[in-house]
Design a protein around this ligand. Sequence first.
Ligand code: NAP
Length: 316
Amino acid sequence: MPADPKPVYDFSDLKRWSEVTADLEPPAKLSVFGDPVAHSLSPQMHNPGLAAAGINAQYVRLHIRSEELADAYRLLPEAGFIGTNVTIPHKTETLAAMAEVTDVARRIGAVNTVVVESDGTLIGHNSDGPGFQRAIREEFSVDLSDLRILILGAGGGAGRAAAVQCAMDRCERLVLVNRTIEKAQALKDELATFFRSDRLEGPVDRLEVVPWDHDALARQMDHVDLIVNGTSLGMKRTDPQLLHPSLIQPHQMIYDMVYAPPRTRLMADAQAEGARAANGLSMLLWQGVISFEFWFNQSAPVEAMRRGLSGALLSK
Ligand code: NAP
């Protein structure tokens, strides 16, 4: 009878992987690296997807500390891994451990998906930006390229991934807002190349950094279709309000990357103003779907993964 996987494996397990996981069926060939990692819902999303696709592999959590990261990557090919996801705090440090990194991952400055090629080479990808892109399409039936977008928290990891994707998709307009404004300014400098064109400019700049204050944000609202929360605010009831509700207009779409609680204060405020709002569950799903596509070069069983993820959140 096959054994159940441990809720979390660690670096010492990875060093003896074939021995430690000998009783697992299907074999553990995919993982998420993180510190901490016990909270990750990725196994509950990926394992139903792998089963639905008939792939003989399972996905587990690996608690890897920063000082173990480089060695953990060296061990992956010999342990028979297809790949791994990477979460906090290793996404940036992983760049240096890869033989190759995709253009998207390099521009985002982070790797969240590693593919182990058949010769053992490690390729670093990022599915957070593309996951955000597909989430917006699913939630609002519109592409980033058609939107004027304001990102709150553009200096954090998730906000930066979204901003880079918006720029690479040549969105109509991008407004970067971050508590530490210097980070948004540095990101603007990096992204400026995507917004240079010969076409006639409108009444406002296509790429702007705006300080996080009420009046500055108010001046933007007639020129923005999609507002994204990429900050870590919104998970707790006691978190400060992100935007005064009077700033939100009925034509706007609000995407809150937070998914627990499922209806954040920002979403509730937006809906009360007549705007459409969605939480970050779709981004979590689609980044997983895109990771699956990187590993297997085939379409992922999206609905099986969605059911797995929703079930995991309901049982939390
Ligand atoms: P991070 O790198 O630590 O960035 C945190 C961001 O929040 C920074 O922009 C930070 O601004 C800002 N922030 C923190 N406290 C703030 C405050 N009191 N007032 C204003 N801004 C504040 O975190 P992350 O990894 O990007 O994650 C951010 C959020 O996105 C989290 O809620 C996470 O769960 C969510 N997320 C969702 C998905 C998904 O798939 N749905 C994926 C990734 C992340 P400073 O730069 O000034 O510090």
